[in-house]
Design a binder for this molecule. Structure first.
Ligand code: ADP
Length: 464
């Protein structure tokens, strides 16, 4: 910890810049200030958005990576080394730009490094797709950004990377480190921008494929744009939203279940695609269990994610805060608010909140924040509950807390979800051994960090 503190402290008040990084000269828009979501007075830096001319220049210059797979692998491993060498700076950027606590920032860096090394180790010979557009979200601004880009590069593509508009600084720094490692500038270009830049990069016939993580609605827009403008066989690799449930039956270990729930629903302020949204507790234990859960919520410390004592940081921006607050207010007005803890005043904070629902059917959409919905069920209704969960059409994560072996078997076969977590927290992936991705409305597959992912980025075997 002392080493981490020493490495990140010089960046406590540093200001970074994000701008297009192109093979040629850029002509971006005028720089705008960025704000720390935990503290409106703190400015982690500025961003200059890519102009339409920058998008055109990037498309014209993009060149697939002709280096042999072994050289691509060496360079991606070197990028992983550079990420690790800059850990203090990376922790500081993701804290001040994205509101990530130190444990979250550590996990973010580890996952990014694992992606780089895993795709490097599996870099294929063969023909790439060509130009790959990578569009990433703000909630894992380094890990998902790096995972998409590293896979596309490992397969030999030219990459046009568009990070989320909320988190351009970490993406800019990541691209600088990849270039320093040896990725050529015409192979990897960065285009900070909002939806229009993403739209331009997914509706140009020169683009051969798209990797996207974000909302289901945006994935649909991208699919339509690709269908109109790209080759009919252009791959879209999309990871999208979820409406994730967990079932806790009366045989579950209560302490273990409560800890798993609190971590899954409230860490990262609930801003993970894998986060638990709808908890089903068996009726017989519901009263006591809910009291335990409320008690655990009361222990959560909210505040600036830079502080080591913080469990729950801010949500990403004021628009997100207002949307989540409106959902909570509606529940309060209906008398369905079961519990909420206090919020700090400054910054975009939402207090961890528990809301009663009749079941997952009552949830119209994913609330991307620290809001957990609770329903109860009778043991005879388990199959109906499973049916309701599957009927949402999403299929990202699912959690089960039980000590009945047959039930583990039965439920995990019946549930449609990309990732199932039994008697543990419902969180994320392990690159290589527990790849991550959803089914149905939650994504196209294949799972990131798994053996089939790279194949979608091309690398058709070279002609003999
Ligand atoms: P989120 O709810 O996570 O912000 P979005 O789907 O809105 O999800 O955003 C994910 C990424 O998609 C961001 O980088 C965003 O700028 C980008 N994006 C938004 N609209 C479009 C679009 N029409 N075409 C391509 N990319 C888009």
């Amino acid at each position: 910890l002392a080493a981490i503190e020493e490495a990140r402290t010089p960046f406590r008040h540093h200001e970074w810049t994000a701008a297009p990084i192109l093979a040629g000269d850029a002509s971006p828009e005028a720089p705008e200030p960025l704000t720390n979501p935990a503290d409106p007075a703190d400015h982690p830096g500025t961003v200059a958005w890519a102009s339409a001319a920058d998008v055109e220049s990037a498309l014209a210059a993009a060149t697939p990576w002709a280096a042999p797979a072994s050289e691509r692998a060496t360079i991606l491993n070197r990028a992983a080394d550079l990420y690790e060498a800059h850990f203090g700076e990376i922790f500081a950027i993701v804290a001040r730009e994205a509101g990530k606590s130190l444990p979250d920032a550590v996990a973010e860096l580890r996952e990014a490094v694992d992606f780089l090394r895993y795709y490097a180790a599996n870099a294929p010979e063969g023909d790439p797709v060509g130009i790959f557009t990578c569009i990433s979200p703000w909630n894992f601004p380094l890990a998902i950004f790096t995972g998409q880009v590293a896979a596309a590069l490992a397969a030999g593509n030219a990459v046009l990377a568009k990070p989320a508009e909320q988190t351009p600084l970490i993406a800019h720094r990541a691209v600088e480190l990849m270039h320093e490692a040896g990725v050529p500038r015409d192979v990897l270009q960065l285009l900070p921008g909002a939806g229009e830049v993403g739209a331009a990069l997914t509706s140009d016939a020169r683009v051969g494929g798209v990797a996207f993580t974000g909302s289901t609605d945006t994935a649909r827009i991208i699919r339509r744009a690709m269908a109109r403008h790209l080759a009919p066989d252009a791959p879209l690799i999309a990871e999208t939203g979820g409406l994730n449930a967990m079932i806790v039956d009366s045989t579950a270990l209560p302490e273990q279940a409560v800890q798993a729930i609190v971590e899954s629903a409230f860490q990262s302020a609930g801003q993970r695609c894998s986060a638990l949204r709808c908890l089903y507790v068996q009726e017989d234990i519901a009263e006591g269990f809910t009291e335990m859960l409320k008690g655990a919520m009361d222990q959560l410390a909210m505040g600036d994610p830079w502080h080591l004592s913080t469990d729950c940081g801010p949500v990403i921006d004021d628009e997100a805060r207002a949307g989540i607050a409106a959902h909570i207010d509606a529940a309060r007005a209906d008398g369905r608010l079961m519990h909420e803890i206090r919020t700090p005043n400054a910054g975009h904070f939402i207090a961890p909140t528990l809301i009663r629902v009749g079941g997952i059917k009552d949830m119209e959409r994913e609330i991307f924040g620290p809001v957990l919905h609770l329903a109860t069920f009778h043991s005879g209704d388990l199959d109906r509950v499973i049916g309701d969960i599957n009927a949402t059409g999403y299929g990202l994560t699912f959690g089960l807390q039980t000590r009945i072996d047959d039930r583990v078997q039965h439920v995990s076969e019946a549930i449609h979800a990309g990732n199932i977590y039994v008697n543990r927290n419902q969180i994320g992936a392990i690159v290589g051994s527990q790849p991550f991705g959803g089914e149905g409305l939650s994504g196209t597959g294949p799972k990131a960090g798994g053996p089939h992912y790279l194949a979608r980025f091309g690398a058709r075997p070279a002609p003999q």
